[in-house]
Design a protein around this ligand. Structure first.
Ligand code: GLU
Length: 506
């Protein structure tokens, strides 16, 4: 099939007709898939090293930071890179257009990774700031572009996002292995010595590899940019640019970031921030009566679910890693493996299951569950994963437990993730008014930012030494997620009406 001709027909007609890509999807999907795969390769590759690099002593080529300080930088950096998506989305909507936002964001990220390739403190901080800013520009826009490939009625949309999500996880899976090998393995250090380089700089070779990944991603993107000619354009020349509002969004984002960083010292800030979207749902969903407000209320409901979901899910890097490290027998079929390998299990399951979900959504077409119902299942499976940890925690009283407990936990979490995360991206791209597509995607990622932050707070009460307390720790969170899913189940018909969906299968 030939590329749709941009200026002749309305976008909807073009997108509906484009079946020329992988598995009957628009061909733009494959190039966005590969571009995002490499971007995530760079993001997760660098993230896998970041904390270790900061706490490694100077004599090992690290920065020699104190662990608590390093953890704070790590937490705030990951939060910032998702929070800046609000600003990035707004810029894309009103100034740059999503296609150019991805390009500029990608270039900024690439520059950031290459900064980290140099061994100095100023280039270290400059690198982190550049990557966070670039990610804020790229991440919401690339997701908006995927949404733009499908018309609102197109039943392939959720399936397309499931495939896109598979690309994300291919990058996330491969990156720690490649980048970690460069930065930490003795083999690569020996190679460096042989080439006449300082082996203590192996960290920076790892960071540079992340930069190379990002460069490849940008190459793929630029080569096939013409496939996206019909979507993601900048507002027409002559359209007044809202500089004053841009300043407000920038100040608002910076203020929120400041408030969330301050919440480390003033924990009472947290409930105030997390209560705000609830007020928003009541205001837009109950007090206001127009369809646009109702869609905003629905978006906020999904946003609240996303915060809860990521707050529990993102403990993979904290509570579950500690569980793997201290309480799990890390060997199977007589083969011992490092606890960090559990970090790849989720990505592996996504890669295996995402095509299945993509097939399922296409197969069910109009009969597929509604968006809130998929969110409900996402929360149910997440809750079940933490419920499964309750007997596992109790068994730790008798010693280390089998690694299959955690494999089961990650399996359940991945099913939950595939019901919620790609569906959330898809829902944002569908529900957002065209002019606010980037901003709304930014709000979705703000959910990830706040969820990640809350994950850190929750993980603070993890106690590996007391099996009973540990079982309660997991049970309480399973109850929280279970309660949230029940509430959502009750609200499903209302949320469907807010989204404008007609009742079908639920
Ligand atoms: N694994 C997903 C990604 O990196 C998670 C995104 C999110 O937190 O919303 O894209």
């Amino acid at each position: 099939m030939h590329a749709p001709t941009p200026s002749v027909e309305p976008q909807t007609a073009q997108t509906d007709r484009d079946h020329g890509g992988f598995a009957g999807h628009p061909r733009g999907l494959s190039m966005l898939y590969y571009a995002e795969m490499w971007e995530r390769f760079s993001y997760y590759g660098m993230r896998a090293l970041l904390l270790l690099f900061m706490i490694a002593p100077l004599t090992m080529g690290g920065l020699g930071f104190d662990q608590k300080f390093a953890a704070q930088i790590y937490g705030n950096y990951t939060m910032a890179s998702y929070m800046v998506c609000i600003l990035g989305g707004y810029l894309a909507d009103n100034f740059l257009g999503a296609r150019r936002a991805v390009l500029i964001g990608g270039l900024i990220i690439t520059a950031g990774h290459y900064c980290l390739a140099f061994a100095s403190i100023p280039t270290f901080y400059a690198g982190l700031i550049l990557i966070a800013l670039g990610t804020g520009l790229l991440k919401p826009s690339i997701s908006t572009l995927v949404g733009g490939l499908y018309s609102p009625e197109d039943t392939r949309r959720d399936a397309g996002f499931s495939l896109f999500y598979m690309g994300i996880n291919l990058g996330a899976f491969a990156a720690p292995l490649v980048v970690g090998w460069l930065a930490q393995s003795d083999q690569f250090k020996t190679l460096l010595t042989g080439w006449g380089f300082d082996p203590l700089h192996s960290w920076h070779w790892g960071f540079a590899a992340a930069g190379v990944g990002m460069t490849i991603g940008m190459g793929v993107y630029l080569r096939r940019l013409h496939w996206l000619a019909h979507i993601g354009q900048a507002p027409a020349t002559g359209t007044p640019r809202p500089w004053d509002r841009l300043a407000l969004v920038a100040i608002g984002t910076a203020a929120l970031l400041g408030v969330m960083i301050a919440s480390d010292y003033f924990p009472w800030i947290n409930p105030l921030v997390y209560a705000l979207p609830i007020v928003g749902v009541i205001y837009f969903g109950v007090l206001k009566k127009d369809p646009d407000s109702h869609r905003i209320a629905a978006i906020l409901v999904f946003f609240i679910c996303a915060i809860i979901f990521w707050a529990v899910f993102e403990q993979a890097g904290s509570s579950l890693t500690l569980f793997a490290d201290e309480l799990t027998r890390n060997e199977t079929f007589g083969y011992a493996f490092p606890s960090s390998w559990f970090q790849s299990v989720n990505s592996l399951f996504v890669i295996a299951l995402a095509p299945l979900f993509a097939w399922l959504w296409v197969r069910l077409r109009e009969r597929q569950p509604s968006i809130p119902m998929k969110f409900f299942w996402g929360l149910v499976f997440l809750g079940l994963s933490f419920a499964l940890l309750v007997p596992a925690a109790q068994l730790t009283a008798a010693g280390k437990v089998s690694p299959w407990w955690l494999v089961g936990v990650y399996f359940l979490q991945t099913i939950g993730e595939l019901c919620l995360s790609p569906v959330g991206l898809s829902a944002m791209s569908k529900l957002a008014p065209a002019k606010l597509a980037g901003l709304v995607m930014g709000i979705w990622f703000l959910g990830s930012a706040l969820g990640n932050k809350l994950a850190g707070v929750l993980a603070g009460s993890f106690d590996a030494k007391d099996p009973l307390a540990l079982a309660n720790f997991f049970w309480n969170q399973a109850l929280l997620v279970g309660g949230m899913s029940l509430l959502l189940l009750i609200l499903v018909p209302w949320v469907r009406r807010l989204t404008g969906e007609q009742a079908t299968t639920d």
